[in-house]
Design a protein around this ligand. Structure first.
Ligand code: GLU
Length: 283
């Protein structure tokens, strides 16, 4: 059975880009008689605002979307992330890193899909300093798995190139897991068979495919959809002034959410916005 999910992070209100993402995931599941799940990715340290989760669910309901099964909160799954990190440590694939962001920036000699690539300063460390981040030894991980590929419903078969990211952080200093580790474990635990999300996360899938291979997790398919682009030519973002769905919901009537979802379904994008199918991130 096809299982999709919408996995927002409660560090800011949802905007129209989220509405589009949720409609895509919901409709793909419904068209296949499958399940649409919601997961709240609330482990982003002080940036996570628990109260927003209830707003998110109200936004989804306003859009006329229904979800199956109980909503999962990442904050309830910390032991699972810790166990996976311990497993990777036991395989000799993680090392502690105490470098500051400034040190990484100063020493980095390459830029990857997520910004400056870590130059490997702490690679090979075997101590367990308190409060360290834990990085994946990318070369050792790839030596273990060999070449990997994955399938995108729109873009077709992709050869994974996670080495572009360098030694990614899997356990953050300020959070119990990184996005890459938590999302990979959660999608597997929730039996997600089609991971739908914006094309800005296309490259990140290479890292997730690698983690699936290292952790013996099932391999789903992906559907990276286009992004809503604002008048400034950049991906919609609350910090750049994209209106909050919750504000639209409060200002409009209860049926307007359904009308909005139906317009997005038909590719009718609200004035001033465009839908970019690009696989590239729009910074
Ligand atoms: N939580 C992520 C976000 O809000 C999305 C994660 C995903 O879909 O893989 O951007």
């Amino acid at each position: 059975m096809l299982r999709t999910r919408f996995a927002p992070s409660p560090n800011g209100p949802l905007h129209l880009g989220h509405a589009y993402a949720a409609v895509v995931a919901h409709d793909l599941a419904r068209a296949a008689g499958g399940a649409f799940l919601v997961r709240i990715e609330d482990i982003d340290g002080a940036r996570s605002l628990p109260a927003l989760a209830a707003e998110f669910l109200a936004d989804l309901a306003w859009l006329g979307l229904t979800w199956d099964e109980a909503v999962v909160h990442q904050s309830a799954r910390l032991p699972r992330y810790a166990a996976a990190a311990e497993h990777l440590r036991a395989l000799g694939l993680l090392y502690p890193c105490t470098c500051t962001r400034t040190e990484v920036l100063a020493a980095s000699r390459a830029t990857g899909p997520d910004g400056p690539v870590y130059p490997g300063t702490c690679r090979g460390r075997t101590d367990r300093p308190a409060g360290a981040a834990w990085r994946l030894d990318m070369a050792a991980a790839l030596a273990r798995t060999g070449p990997l590929s994955w399938d995108d419903a729109l873009a077709g078969r992709q050869l994974a190139r996670p080495e572009r990211f360098g030694d990614v952080v899997l356990v953050r200093k300020d959070a119990p897991a990184s996005y890459h580790l938590a999302v990979t474990l959660d999608d597997a635990a929730q039996g997600i068979s089609l991971v739908t999300r914006g094309a800005d996360l296309f490259a990140a899938t290479d890292v997730h495919r690698l983690l699936q291979a290292l952790l013996d997790l099932p391999v789903p398919r992906w559907h990276h959809h286009g992004l809503l682009i604002g008048a400034d030519g950049r991906k919609l973002a609350k910090r750049r002034g994209a209106p909050a769905l919750a504000d639209l919901r409060r200002a409009a009537g209860p049926t307007d959410g359904l009308a909005l979802a139906n317009s997005l379904r038909k590719g009718q994008i609200p004035a001033g916005l465009t839908l970019a199918p690009s696989l590239e991130d729009t910074p």
